[in-house]
Design a protein. Structure first.
Length: 131
């Protein structure tokens, strides 16, 4: 599950519950949300990134990451002359790098947005009224 899918799912649920004035078990709602959130984190950890993306995410230079890979201190996957890393295996430089976000294609993002718009229309949610 991507961050966009998580946002669309829970925004749609909130709107539906509001529309019907639903009373829910807060504990059950929290359990389901936490499970979905864990799913998002896991999918981000499983993302495969190249050395340039890894350098941006970690705050370390690509040369440093390749050195750690050659020393056996960082797991990676070599394909031809390129090295790829699993995002969840990357070290984090203190106060460095950007948050780890799984790379996604523009087509997948647009598909997610289109699905959210269709769901919003079915639920009668006015998109213009969103903050």
């Amino acid at each position: 599950m991507t961050r966009e899918e998580l946002r669309a799912k829970w925004s749609a649920r909130r709107a539906e519950w509001e529309k019907f004035g639903a009373l829910l078990s807060a504990a059950k709602v929290c359990e389901e949300f936490i499970a979905d959130f864990e799913n998002v984190l896991t999918s981000q950890d499983e993302a495969v990134v190249n050395t340039n993306e890894a350098a941006v995410m970690t705050g370390y230079s690509r040369e440093r990451l390749l050195g750690l890979y050659r020393q056996g201190k960082l797991r990676g996957h070599k394909k031809g002359k390129h090295v790829f890393f699993r995002a969840g295996d990357l070290p984090r430089k203190p106060n460095g790098g950007r948050p780890i976000i799984a790379p996604s294609s523009a087509a997948a993002n647009e598909e997610t947005r289109a699905g959210a718009r269709r769901l919003a229309r079915r639920l009668g949610i006015d998109q213009a009224a969103r903050p």
